[in-house]
Design a binder for this molecule. Structure first.
Ligand code: ZN
Ligand code: ZN
Length: 381
């Protein structure tokens, strides 16, 4: 895309200019460069278009806000803090030209009140992912109903064989000049052309397929690459996969919302995953080699002698990759020592013996009273 001049520069106003200052600057420039004043001067015509485009943006607080924040390139990550842009070859910048410039069309006389070419709506699609898919990234197919460019008129809205025609009221400039003679003399105002709504072109013969909208509803199947590491609060943005614009307006975007399904074993905490591993009292006490589940199969885990319940074994880089591609979380295995139950008589005897050997009294003595403790302290017991 050719580099565009800064809109403020075009109008010759500071970024802090009030809407009144913007309007004044625009009027002054529009008067000088209006096609009626500079007939057959291509450079003046271009200049006039540039001025109008700048004014269209800067005079609208909402568009101006977007422009201030994103410049000509438009918003690239409008939603969450981590959006992933899988552009389809054209950026918002290219679209911007069509949207605010004079490339769109209108359906002419019968449709005067219709809006000019418009950007298509952004659409939303949801995909469900398993934690395993999150770990590796996944390709998902999304089916959706959306507006697509009418093939019959290739989006122009004009019947095949016909062309949008240059508006006869404004001669394609999209603007009209009104001369008024009042008390203080003659004043000239420039406004949006009432016939073409600033488009510069009108459609006399609307396309029958789309009724002049330049788009028709259809069902689309879209492959979405969901990057590894996404979480349910991320959005994947597919630029230009939303609704087609009206009469050649830019296409909206598709936002894909991933939903990560709950895992039967693992719990995700950021990029780390956690699970619990039950081991026997003997394994925990003597040490053992056990099998731990990971996101890609089982893995041997060496339990140290004397492992306590609640101890965590951390397996580095076995968690979820960071969504921005830097590093991986870990897999944390929390050990749970299982107390043996349903003991046989023999087992019971052995455990009792074990306790005796360690000098354990299974039935705790009743708590000594405070006075007894004081007495013990004095007698040195
Ligand atoms: Zn059509
Ligand atoms: Zn016009």
């Amino acid at each position: 895309m050719a580099s565009k001049r800064d809109y403020y520069e075009v109008l010759g106003v500071p970024r802090s200019a009030t809407s009144d200052e913007v309007k004044k600057a625009y009027r002054r420039l529009a008067r000088t460069h209006h096609p009626d004043v500079n007939r057959h001067d291509k450079a003046a015509e271009e200049k006039f278009k540039e001025i109008n485009e700048a004014y269209e943006i800067l005079s609208d607080p909402q568009k101006r806000g977007v422009y201030d924040r994103f410049g000509h390139s438009g918003p690239s990550g409008g939603f969450g803090q981590a959006d992933f842009d899988y552009g389809r070859g054209f950026g918002f910048g290219d679209i911007f030209d069509v949207f605010f410039g004079s490339g769109g069309f209108n359906t002419g006389e019968a449709a005067r009140e219709r809006p000019i070419s418009q950007r298509g709506t952004d659409l939303r699609a949801d995909v469900e992912l398993t934690l395993e898919e999150v770990a590796t990234g996944a390709e998902k197919t999304v089916r959706l109903s959306r507006m697509e460019t009418c093939e019959s008129c290739t989006g122009s809205g004009a019947a095949p064989g016909s062309q949008p025609e240059t508006c006869s009221t404004c001669h394609g400039a999209g603007q009209v000049r009104r001369q008024q003679t009042g008390f203080f003399g003659t004043s000239i105002t420039v406004g949006v052309c009432p016939r073409c709504h600033g488009e510069g072109r009108v459609i006399q013969n609307p396309c029958k397929e789309c009724g002049g909208d330049g788009r028709v509803r259809s069902t689309a199947k879209i492959e979405v690459k969901v990057p590894a590491g996404v979480d349910s609060d991320n959005r994947v943005r597919l630029s230009g996969e939303g609704d087609a614009g009206i009469r050649g307006g830019p296409t909206g975007d598709l936002y894909v919302f991933p939903h990560v399904r709950q895992h039967p074993i693992f719990e995700r905490r950021g990029n780390d995953i956690w699970c619990e591993l039950s081991v026997s009292f003997a394994q925990a006490s003597l040490g053992a080699t056990v099998e731990a589940s990971t996101l890609d199969g089982k893995e041997k885990l060496h339990l140290a002698e004397g492992t306590q319940s609640g101890e965590v074994y951390r397996l580095r880089d076995r968690g979820i990759p960071s969504v921005n591609g830097h590093g991986k979380g870990s897999l944390n295995v929390a050990i749970k020592v299982e107390t043996p139950t349903k003991l046989s008589g023999e087992e019971r005897k052995l455990l009792q013996q074990f306790a005796d050997m360690r000098g354990e009294n299974l039935d705790a003595e009743p708590e000594k009273s405070f006075f007894e403790k004081v007495k013990d302290a004095f007698s040195g017991r």
